[in-house]
Write a protein that binds this ligand. Sequence first.
Ligand code: ATP
Ligand code: NI
Length: 380
Amino acid sequence: MADPILEVKNLHVHFETHDGTAEVINGIDFAIDRGETAALVGETGCGKSVTVKSIMGLLPSATIPEGEIRYKGEDVLSLSDAERHSRRGKEMSMIMQDPMTSLNPVLTVGEQMMDVLKWQGRPRLSLSKLVRDALSTGAKAEHRKRAIEMLGEVEISAPERVFESYPVELSGGMRQRVLIAIALLSEPDLLIADEPGTALDVTTEAKVLDLLDELVEERDTSVLYITHDLGVAREVSDRINVMYAGEIVEQAPTADLFANPQHPYTRGLLESIPTLSTGIGDGIEGHLPDYTNPPAGCRFADRCPHAEAACHEAYPYPRQTGADHATACHLFDGLPARERHESLAAERVDIGTAPWLSAGGDTHSGDAPGDISADGGTDQ
Ligand SMILES: Nc1ncnc2c1ncn2[C@@H]1O[C@H](COP(=O)(O)OP(=O)(O)OP(=O)(O)O)[C@@H](O)[C@H]1O
Ligand code: NI
């Protein structure tokens, strides 16, 4: 990571529930470079949205994440609410998972956009200035023009009409475009997109994704893309973080992940892509563990076709398993990622220890990693 815009280090998020403490996010590390699009991929319930909410400061107030979240070098977990608010408006922006609930039904699209522009870059407390600005018709006209331009940029063909519309008057695809427009209005340096388009039909989703891709490319915006679909992640991202049960089990540049998938969970996901019906992970037997009583060792061990006794006992710290590739699996040699700066030896990988790469004996033994990507990719 030459120049990270976002760094998440050893993040833990626990929730108090009536069944006890749910240890949902269990020590994740990842980073996003400036101008890079990173994906966080995993099946439903694995903790993607909780991760995003931690970054955006949107967790329930009783829930205090532990670890470090650095945005442009500054630890956002130690910021006050007011400081966070100003950062959130101007520098980090988010497209929420559900376009229906993330737009306010009683305000027009225009009113919601004007609201963003009004608050842009202002500390929350400067109310008197805000009131003065609200009275300035010049600023208002300027904001209106900017909002309508933005609606044009997300390829809405009648931007003036949509500006005056209420969310309920728009189609799902249109609402998603409006959400993108709102998220980009504040010219964020980091955009977090939580499953944009999943609520839409496949064709509309593809169009929305293409559009988003183009817009962030033009602006050189860094993006954290949340999805349960490895195929989508492959299309849109430079780098993929595979998440399982609140842990990142594998991270690598996108091409490398598809060419050389290492973690048994990643391999399972790739193998199940062609038969995807309801969701990622369905192709792998079993369920996510209970977060209030998580396994002591590897959280995937119960579902893993390769698990050995040690997997159930010892926690698999992520290990450097390639030049820019890390995997949290006991079946791979190398030093835990947390020690990698201490030893160059950590970069030496012996992938020969992975059972599916050894000759014979195993169900996966015939599959060269390259074959998986050819069979399991999205170019169907
Ligand atoms: N406020 C909360 N209190 C208790 N548990 C929570 C809370 N928020 C999330 N969780 C739990 O954390 C786990 C991860 O949820 P999360 O929404 O992050 O999953 P996700 O990966 O985003 O799934 P999806 O793809 O369905 O959006 C779930 O088991 C969820 O029930
Ligand atoms: Ni989610």
